[in-house]
Write a protein that binds this ligand. Structure first.
Ligand code: ADP
Length: 636
């Protein structure tokens, strides 16, 4: 029979496995047991609706056997098995779950030390075995097939016999080498402790034939007349794992670290989650849940490929891999397991999504997640910051997508950069620190905190001693607009016309000054033409001569945001620019003098001031060479 080749990326991973210097080779057993357990889950699920399976829940089991003479370890299951095509497809290529991520991460880090942090799956067998044989009979088939491979050179599949449905994975353990004691895996004790360590929570029995000792009478008598006894070895089948899924165990028995390990193995994440939420609910619907808030977004999180949802079990039987109805969209980053004995196992997946009991669970879960996030924000700000870095954008977009329907839940989970604190703070923290006199929550938009800090229009607000939220992300300004206010305090852009900081007298004074300078302002407007919608005297400048603001709904940040979207056939939205001049600045005096004495020079000044305003606002100059010519002329 012709040897088949592995797909190229599989071959690379295989080479890595075979030559791995990785110290945690022991995870191979966990991976194979996990596959066996999944296969049993599948057959058990089928058996709920199909009598022909002919198996009771109690019949399912995973067996681990070592043969020291033959140097083999065999992991067997009576799960769903694989057909010839499935053997070819599933074991011939890596395309599943964690494997892809593993691969790309590995390329990033350029080392092999991270093997085992991911679900590397079946291939990990090659870390300890020189040859792997898989004998499998699929449910519904009479015959079986044997898949054999000695590593990256390829594999063969041939028909064979197998009495019962299920899979045997037989590993021929590598010979010991310098510093590599493979023989240890053939020891009963090692296997026993590996099962305990990694697979204890697997809910199907993991059975091993273990050697035990007992005292037996030899038939002879001791000097004192008592029966002489001797130790004798015997073997017995024993279920090694405690079988209670981790989420079913009482909180007191399971540490957070245990939960984190479960998370990493179960959900293929290399990093500890930020937090674990354990729920044991009794009531109209009883359920247990173990939920995790990841620290980092999975590679596909912000793509269409990401599928949210929690794993759903009913009394230990998995009924759905990703049940979307269990988590609201704004918390779609949460991973975890929900187990309820009250859900009907036979319900179809479509109906399940609308199940009333599921809704009860989902509502409870949403509250718990929101509460935990709030707790983190208040009590463990560093962890929350890590979380927010990964998923803050998600929270903001959820708020926008639903037209603010969830804003009550979400607004207190948002963070914005505080100009005063120089770090992200919550809106509540901003509001709590507002002085009595402050009427609005001030914000400024820009590309970066440094750029915003230098914005001329922030000066007046800062002089008042008011903090400013620096909005640097695309969604920020839309979020603030959607919220409108926080508590009773409205949001106010530092670029807006009225900052609410002036007394009526001060306002009247600016109005008067503007009237007085009307001809000059009109001249500047005329010089700049369509480039600006208006030229005004500023209420908000202190040390800078000019700034650029906008009037109307579209701000400069929105203009930039929409320009980036670049929808074809759509006229780009333009912000209406307003040039504000500082009447108490010496430069304004210079402009005025030029206007009175030399109109041509005044025109050049107007252009220069506009250019400066653009630069400070982080907007590219419309005509950079003209600007540079003007600067040169002035310096001459
Ligand atoms: P993963 O478990 O992450 O999907 P693996 O490489 O471990 O990746 O396994 C690939 C696939 O092979 C599994 O998804 C499953 O379909 C199949 N498989 C592996 N082991 C078994 C088994 N013991 N019984 C049935 N199918 C199996």
């Amino acid at each position: 029979m012709a040897k088949k080749q592995f797909k190229s990326e599989s071959k690379r991973l295989l080479d890595l496995m075979v030559n791995s210097i990785y110290t945690h080779k022991e995870i191979f057993l966990r991976e194979l047991i996990s596959n066996a357990s999944d296969a049993i889950d599948k057959l058990c699920y089928i058996s709920l609706t199909d009598d022909r399976v002919g198996m009771d829940r109690d019949d399912f089991r995973i067996t681990v056997k070592a043969d020291k003479e033959a140097r083999t370890i065999t992991v067997s299951d009576n799960g769903v098995g694989m057909t010839e095509e499935e053997l070819d497809k599933n074991l011939g290529v890596i395309a599943k779950s964690g494997s892809f991520q593993f691969k790309s991460e590995m390329e990033d880090k350029g080392d092999t030390d991270i093997i085992g942090q991911f679900g590397v799956g079946f291939y990990s067998a090659f870390m300890v075995a020189s040859k792997v044989t898989v004998i499998s009979r699929a449910y519904g088939e009479e015959g079986a097939h044997m898949w054999v491979s000695e590593g990256s050179s390829g594999y063969t599949i041939t028909p064979c016999e197998k009495d019962a449905v299920g899979t045997d994975v037989i590993m021929e353990i590598k010979p010991d080498a310098e510093g590599e004691d493979y023989s240890t895996f053939l020891e009963e004790y090692t296997l026993h402790s590996l099962i305990k360590k990694y697979s204890d929570y697997i809910r199907w029995p993991i059975v091993m034939t273990v050697t035990k000792s007992r005292q037996v009478e030899t038939g002879e008598k001791n000097a004192d007349g008592s029966a002489k006894k001797d130790w004798e070895d015997y073997t017995e089948e024993e279920t090694i794992n405690s079988r209670v899924p981790i989420w079913q165990r009482p909180k007191s028995e399971v540490s957070d670290a245990d939960c984190f390990n479960f998370y990493k193995e179960h959900f293929y994440d290399a990093a500890d989650p930020v937090s674990v939420i354990r729920i044991a609910a009794e009531g109209t619907v009883s359920f247990k849940a173990m939920l995790f808030i990841p620290a980092a977004a999975p590679y596909d999180f912000y793509t269409r490929d990401y599928r949210p949802g929690l794993q759903l079990y009913s009394s230990g039987v998995m009924i759905m891999e990703k049940c979307e109805a269990l988590v609201p969209d704004h918390f779609r980053f949460v991973r975890g397991v929900v187990d309820s004995p009250d859900l009907s196992l036979n319900i179809s997946r479509e109906l399940l999504q609308h199940d009333r009991q599921l809704k009860v669970i989902a509502t409870n879960i949403e509250k718990k997640i929101a509460a935990e996030l709030k707790r983190l924000m208040e009590k463990e700000p560093d962890k929350y910051a890590a979380f927010y870095k990964s998923f803050g954008t998600q929270l903001k977009y959820s708020l926008l997508n639903n037209y603010g329907t969830n804003s009550d839940t979400l607004k207190d989970l948002l963070m914005f950069y505080s100009g005063d604190a120089e770090k992200l703070i919550s809106l509540k923290s901003y509001a709590d620190n507002m002085p009595e006199s402050q009427k609005s929550i001030y914000y400024a938009c820009g590309d970066s905190a440094e750029m915003i800090r230098r914005l001329p229009q922030t000066e007046t607000v800062r002089e008042k001693g008011y903090d400013i939220l620096y909005l640097t992300e695309d969604a920020d300004e839309f979020v603030v607009k959607m919220l409108g206010k926080y508590g009773e305090k409205p949001f106010c852009s530092v670029s807006s016309d009225d900052l609410g900081l002036e007394s009526d007298d001060e306002k009247a004074e600016t109005d008067r000054a503007e009237e007085e300078n009307r001809p000059l302002l009109d001249f500047v407007k005329e010089t700049l033409g369509d480039r600006v919608a208006a030229v005004r005297l500023s209420h908000k400048l202190v040390s800078k001569p000019v700034c650029l603001t906008t009037q109307g709904e579209i701000t400069l940040e929105m203009e930039r945001y929409f320009a980036n979207l670049r929808r074809d056939n759509v006229e780009p939205m333009k912000a209406q620019r307003v040039l504000e001049l500082n009447a108490s600045h010496p430069i304004f005096e210079a402009l005025k003098n030029a206007y009175d004495g030399d109109r041509e020079l005044a025109g050049k000044y107007a252009e220069l001031l506009y250019g400066q305003a653009l630069l400070m606002a982080g907007v590219p100059l419309e005509d950079a060479s003209r600007f540079s010519e003007l600067v040169c002329e002035l310096m001459k």
